[in-house]
Structure formats: structure tokens, C-alpha cells
Design a protein around this ligand. Sequence first.
Ligand SMILES: NC(=O)c1ccc[n+]([C@@H]2O[C@H](COP(=O)([O-])OP(=O)(O)OC[C@H]3O[C@@H](n4cnc5c(N)ncnc54)[C@H](OP(=O)(O)O)[C@@H]3O)[C@@H](O)[C@H]2O)c1
Length: 309
Amino acid sequence: MVAKAFGGPEVLTVIDEELPAPGPGEVLVEFRAIGVNPVEYKQYGGAFGTDESTLPLHLGSEGAGIVVAVGDDATGPSGPISVGDEVVVYRGSGTYAEQALEPASAVLPRPAALGVQEAAGLLLTGTTAYDTVETVGVSDGDVVLIHGAAGAVGLLAVQLAKLRGATVIGTAREVNHDYLRSIGAIPVTYGEGLADRVRDAAPGGVDAAIDTVGTDEAVDVSLELVKDKARIVTIAAFGRAAADGFPVLGGGNPASAALRDRVRPELLDLAARGEITNVVAKTFPLADAGRAHTELKTAHPIGKFILLP
Ligand SMILES: NC(=O)c1ccc[n+]([C@@H]2O[C@H](COP(=O)([O-])OP(=O)(O)OC[C@H]3O[C@@H](n4cnc5c(N)ncnc54)[C@H](OP(=O)(O)O)[C@@H]3O)[C@@H](O)[C@H]2O)c1
């Protein structure tokens, strides 16, 4: 599934492509489930530029499946990779496919206790969430405000912050409040009056804020409630972070890339042990990726969207 032009979901198309045998350090993976992330529609929507020489865009950086061929020296972060291994891929490329060649460095064993769909969509959001809690230094006893707590990154940030002993206040639509309570967060509705609702929920103050939404409201409320700007982070408000001087995270930043690579096995372990849960909201056939993206852009059910080849 590729984007043959820049634009809306209509630019997505299924193509047949002959793949060469894996070269040194490469692995051919047959995908059984593929994680969907907003970055993919942003990519073909032109958010990162519209250089036509990059077309067609091969989309997707994560998924889970089985190894069907390996090149020489195919050693992944957790050891040698063999044909037949059940694996999780992240930071891979072109995972919106039945099969794709992936660098061995992006291929990790899937723990037997972790379902293929849950694993397929865990690592982009999980490593991002880990990066946010690490950046703002969440520790035992902290009160942490998470904007977009019911989103895919937000849900994992809530759970990782709880594991570190924090009290978590999470913004979400009313319909998602019961779920947030079930994972130990205090839900508040976003929109007009948000700062006061957070103050009511946290009379002792807020130590840190994690923004996964990128609205001015999320940034303004964070700046109003958190004293130390180093303890505010965003993954979406790039302009505001630069203008207001607080951390912003992106996978392209070398420190973030290294952290995200390093924490992959820990996240897979936590999920396999049931200490974190990656909810699968909905599955779509791979050929319906455009429909998945259209739904993901608007209010949607809690959890991850997964494509099935
Ligand atoms: N910089 C990075 O490294 C990085 C990595 C991953 C993702 N991202 C970006 O982070 C963002 C979130 O990604 P995601 O995968 O978590 O997406 P997602 O699953 O669609 O979650 C976004 C959530 O935002 C909430 N929301 C919508 N409007 C809101 C508002 N006005 N105020 C507060 N919350 C609101 C929604 O929750 P309700 O349903 O409760 O309204 C929704 O669940 C995307 O822009 C993505 O591209 C950046």
C-alpha cells in the first residue's frame, strides 16, 4: 500500500512489487498485523514536504509477523534472527505490505504471551510515551497532567507514569473517562475551563505535563500549572515548544531515536506480563488504510487501529 501522490486518502493505492532476496543485515517479514499511526497520513498529506522524487511513499514503520527469509548477518537487537521467528518490527519501513524487507536492527522477537495485533501497534506509541515520561522525569509521588490521555500515545503514557508511582490527571472526551479511571487516571474534560478543572483534581499542584495533542489550550494550561518548563513536553506542538522554550520530542532527534530503540524490549516485556495494555480499537483490511486514516483523524474509539494484510 503506497501513496502515489501527495494529498488525501484517495492517493493511496495497492501495488504489486517484486522484492529482491534480503541483503546483508536484512530480513524479509510477512506481516500478520500492521500498526496505524497519524504520521502516515501526515506524510502523504505533505506535512513533512512534498518532494515528488520520494514518490511513491511506502508507508508504515511497525507491524508484527513472521520471518520468511534472512540475509547474511541478520542479527537483531535481541540476537540472531531465523526463518520462522514470530517478530515485531519497529522502526521499520514500508510495513503497510504483505511482505517487506526490514533492517535486522528493527526486528525483535514477539513474546509468546503478547497477541500479534497488540504487538503490531505497541512500539511507535509505546516508545514515544516512554520518551515523554523519561523527558519530564516522572517519579514516585509526582502529579502528572497528560493531554490526550485517551489517545494511543496518551494511554501508554498514563500507564507508564502510573508504574513509576505518579498520580495522573488525563484530559479526554467524557465518553473515555470510565476507561481512564479503570487504568488509574483521574479524567478531566478538555475545553474551556480546563485549568480550573485540573486544579480541582490536583489541589496540591501539578509537577509535570505531557502534551500529546498540540493545541494551544494544552500548551497554555501546561505553562500555567507547571512551574518548571523542563517538566513540560510535547510531541505535537512544535511551534509552541520553540516559541515558549520547553522540550519537544520527535523520532528524528538522535537522542530520542536511541532511547526509543533501547526501550523496545522492555515495552514488549511489560505488555507480555500484562503490566501495560495496548488496546486494539479496530481492525481494517490493508486495502482500506485510507478509511482507517479518515476515521483516525476524527473522534474515534479508544486504542490502536490495526491493518490486516
Ligand atoms: N513527535 C513524536 O515523536 C510523535 C510520536 C507519535 C505520535 N505523535 C503525534 O502525537 C499525536 C497523537 O498521536 P496518537 O497516536 O496518540 O493519536 P490518537 O490515538 O488519534 O490520539 C489523539 C487523541 O487526542 C484527543 N484529542 C482530540 N482533540 C483534543 C483536544 N482538543 N484536546 C485534548 N485532546 C484531544 C483524542 O481523545 P478523545 O477521544 O478523548 O477526544 C484522541 O484520542 C499525533 O499528532 C501524532 O502524529 C508524535
